[in-house]
Design a binder for this molecule. Structure first.
Ligand code: DMJ
Length: 638
């Protein structure tokens, strides 16, 4: 035995010599290292591993920027390698992170439809992931959602009467024009960039970017519902087939939680609710599960970047101060996650977003405002910068939409929304010397008299919330919505191209114009048109349809190129300098909102649907109807 005292050997302590002790300690420490190392090779489901190795202990790095990711894509910094762009090592960061899957050969394989063995492999990986998630004692695939019953609970057919075409021939012609634009954008994407995330219309190739963690086909997933409601069925069927056979969720790159949620999860959910195709639902739930590790933080506030692979590690964006999370990112998950719970019968998704809600409801807010940066570790605000544009925007949108989507039962969301709106009115809403109402930005009490294109969604938001405000405020909210939409329209009409800049200012004599070169670009964004669509539905003032048509003409004149649509670098320059990018949100949002603007109100009626921030329609959840036995009998016997 190793510990036995050897005869004739002078001993100390336990009866061993110093050198023997040293050898023994060396052996012991080797053994411990070996055992600990072996933990890494155990399957994730082994309890021992879960106890010793928490998935998101690493508080590392950063990549892009919240709802401004697309801006960063636009303002590329080509010097840094794409994979490491914007990343700064953080506490616990190891150098052995797996590379994002992004080489061209792999891309082509994915784009063209993967070989059968790849698919089999992917499915078995997906299965093992499913097993791990169901560790949480919930079967994410529980088949409890009754699609027929859901359809029976809609007040109107999703596509309306006559697929939403109107009685007015001029409006119908405009609608047809938008449909043609969609077909043109889609055909070129299909021809030159099939399976990639976006089309580069000038160079006629595809773009993958670094926002989606190796997921492909953002333009396909973002287009499914637009193609479907426009009746572009051949195109829709191509898109559907690609999702069914080639959308591989087993990627291993760093993704923006926010972008994957609003575009992929949102797109898949809408496709399911419109068509009832089960695989859309399954993919949405499977992808939702991959996002869950981002919530493993001390506060439950998710980090912005997540590795979609089995490591499930998450990070904060490097540019966000002190490892903070972004309000517009963690505040823009609620609609999709509530629907994931509806469809999977797994409460975990709703629980995650409810704990975000709880924290935000409780935390002290400066002047009632919600700053843009919050620490996922301490749960405190990190900076006092407030914006209704980038970094803050869709958090407010999701509050009122959560209330509407809950069939007006989510009183907490309602209360939070109207209190936030009051604080916004008191602190941010301004009137320019020329009489234009705008939303300034707020930096610790100091106003920056600038309004971003992104903030122009707020006309629509305030409009859809008007009816549920205090009775004495309803008309006021509708007026405010109209005034903001008018200001955003002015930002378009005051430019040479009649398209609006990324940000416009109200200082040094400026009124709704960009004063800085860096704010002059337009990347096919939807927000202004989105507000036209809502204001049209709320007021039926024909000016909104005319303003939408002005935008169509400007898009055709300045953004349409030989092989698709492209953003432009300067809305004040008549000779267009194109940015060579057809953003996926152009197909998902800009063209969809235009199409709805020129359609009857019963196409995706606001009585039945709310749109997520990427314009993917999600149904209002009518709990009492869904649980009502009579409805089921009625719909099943139909
Ligand atoms: C879209 O992806 C979403 O609307 C998001 O909320 C903000 N940015 C783009 C469109 O501009």
């Amino acid at each position: 035995m190793v510990f036995r005292k050897l005869p004739g050997v002078s001993a100390s302590g336990m009866g061993l010599r110093l050198s023997q002790k040293f050898v023994f300690l060396l052996f012991l420490s080797g053994l411990v290292t070996l055992c600990f190392g072996a933990l890494f090779f155990l399957p994730d489901s082994v309890r021992l591993k879960r106890i010793f190795l928490s998935k998101t202990e690493v508080q590392p790095v950063t990549v892009g920027s919240g709802s401004e990711n697309d801006v960063r894509e636009h303002l590329k910094r080509p010097k840094e390698p794409e994979h490491t762009r914007g990343m700064t090592p953080g506490k616990g960061e190891t150098k052995s992170r797996k590379p994002s899957v992004s080489n061209e050969a792999t891309e082509e394989r994915m784009a063209g439809g993967k070989a059968q063995e790849d698919l089999t492999l992917s499915r078995s990986k997906a299965d093992s992931l499913m097993e791990r998630v169901s560790d949480a004692d919930h079967d994410a695939n529980s088949d409890t959602f009754n699609f027929k019953k859901f359809q029976g609970c809609l007040l109107k057919p999703a596509l309306g009467r006559d697929s939403g075409s109107t009685a007015d021939p001029k409006t119908n012609d405009r609608r047809e024009k938008v449909k043609e634009m969609m077909k043109f954008a889609w055909d070129n994407y299909k021809r030159y960039a099939w399976g990639k995330n976006e089309l580069r219309p000038l160079t006629k190739n595809g773009h993958l970017g670094n926002m989606f963690g190796g997921l492909r086909g953002a333009s396909i997933v973002d287009s499914l519902d637009t193609l479907y409601i426009m009746g572009l069925m051949d195109e829709y069927n191509d898109a559907k087939e690609w999702v069914q056979t080639s959308l591989d969720l087993n990627s291993n790159g760093e993704a923006s939680l926010f972008e994957v949620n609003i575009r992929y999860v949102g797109g898949l959910l809408s496709a399911y609710y419109l068509t009832g195709e089960e695989f859309f639902r399954n993919k949405a739930v499977e992808l939702g599960e991959k996002l869950l590790p981002a919530f493993n933080t001390p506060t439950g506030i998710p980090r912005g970047v997540i590795n979609l692979g089995s490591s499930g590690t998450s990070w904060s964006w490097g540019w966000a101060s002190a490892g903070s999370s972004i309000l517009a990112e963690f505040g823009t998950l609620h609609l999709e996650f509530v629907h994931l719970t509806e469809l999977s019968n797994n409460p975990v998704f709703k629980e995650k977003v409810m704990s975000i809600r709880k924290l935000l409801n409780k935390i002290e807010k400066p002047h009632g405002l919600y700053p843009n940066f919050l620490s996922p570790v301490s749960g405190n605000w990190v900076q006092h910068h407030v914006s209704i544009g980038g970094l803050g925007d869709s958090f407010y949108e999701y509050l009122i939409k959560s209330y509407l989507m809950s069939d007006k039962t989510d009183e907490e969301a309602k209360k939070m929304y109207y209190s936030a709106l009051e604080a916004i009115e008191a602190n941010l809403v301004q009137k320019s010397p020329g009489g234009l109402t705008y939303m300034a930005e707020w930096r610790g009490g100091i106003l920056d008299h600038k309004m971003g294109h992104l903030a122009c969604f707020s006309g629509g938001m305030i409009g859809i919330g008007a009816d549920d405000g205090a009775p004495e405020k309803r008309q006021h909210y509708l007026d405010l919505a109209a005034e903001i939409t008018h200001t955003c329209h002015e930002s378009y009409t005051r430019s040479t191209t009649r398209l609006g800049p990324e940000a416009f200012r109200f200082d040094s004599g400026a009124e709704a114009t960009a004063t800085r070169l860096s704010d002059r670009y337009y990347i096919l964004r939807p927000e202004v048109i989105e507000s036209y669509m809502y204001l049209w539905r709320l007021t039926h003032d024909p000016k909104y349809r005319d303003w939408g048509w002005e935008a169509v003409e400007a898009l055709e004149q300045h953004c349409r190129v030989e092989s698709g649509f492209s953003g432009i670098r300067d809305v004040y320059a008549l000779t267009a300098s194109h940015d060579n990018m057809q953003q996926s949100f152009f197909l998902s949002e800009t063209l969809k909102y235009l199409y709805l603007l020129f359609s009857d109100d019963d196409l995706l009626s606001l009585e039945d649907w709310v749109f997520n921030t990427e314009a993917h329609p999600l149904p209002i959840i009518r709990k009492s109807c869904l649980q009502d036995e009579v409805t089921e009998e009625k719909t099943v016997s139909e």
